[in-house]
Design a binder for this molecule. Structure first.
Ligand SMILES: [Mg+2]
Length: 208
């Protein structure tokens, strides 16, 4: 497998709308209204303590909300576009092991059974640092993970913009994008001559 044939995509906040869904959940189960802005620059939404957050997050997972978390609009199309362009889709997530089956099911459904690889990494920073040069593109909504991929040598690292990271400085080697689709456009527009893309074009033309 060539260096430029794979992409590494984060799940929550990049493909699946974890923050939207969990914000709704927190709003239902606390006395504050949680929006995307509430998360700005903090690991926990403003007004919710660390203990309360952990407890509600565990409850959220136990209620199997990960199984029904909606995708971010446009994410599915962007992933299928990458697949059709010949890239191997790899997903790296820090979701806990006990939701691995749910994660696998929802990814399969989203990708309509298209082949892909799912990594469950408790230490995603190390994982991205160690393997980033294997990927043509890394897309994440977390600054630490984006930075790790850039440090690891990934030639294109996209940080999905959100209210959570708007005030943050973008690390060197990282490009801020509005969505996964924008990151895909960046990769495909600047790299139309990649070997896998050429191979894919040839296969398509031969089939027509
Ligand atoms: Mg994320």
């Amino acid at each position: 497998m060539g260096k430029q044939s794979s992409v590494c995509i984060d799940l929550d906040g990049t493909v699946f709308d974890f923050y939207g869904d969990f914000s709704n959940y927190l709003t239902l189960h606390t006395d504050i209204t949680v929006t995307d802005e509430t998360w700005s620059n903090t690991p926990y939404p403003e007004g919710i303590s660390a203990d309360q957050f952990e407890e509600l997050h565990e409850q959220y997972m136990k209620e199997k909300r990960y199984r029904s978390m909606p995708p971010i609009p446009g994410a599915k199309e962007a992933l299928l576009q990458l697949y059709r362009a010949g890239y191997l889709l790899l997903f790296a997530t820090v979701r806990p092991d006990f939701v691995e089956d749910h994660t696998a099911d929802s990814l399969n459904e989203l990708l309509e059974g298209k082949p892909h690889v799912l990594f469950q990494r408790p230490n995603k920073v190390s994982f991205l640092k160690d393997s980033a040069d294997y990927y043509a593109l890394t897309v994440d909504d977390n600054i630490s993970f984006a930075k790790a991929a850039a440090v690891g040598g990934c030639p294109r690292v996209a940080l999905v913009n959100s209210a959570r990271v708007q005030g943050e400085k973008v690390p060197k080697g990282v490009r801020r994008v509005v969505s996964l689709q924008a990151a895909v456009n960046w990769l495909l527009s600047e790299q139309p001559e990649s070997p896998r893309y050429k191979w894919y074009q040839a296969v398509r033309e031969a089939g027509q």
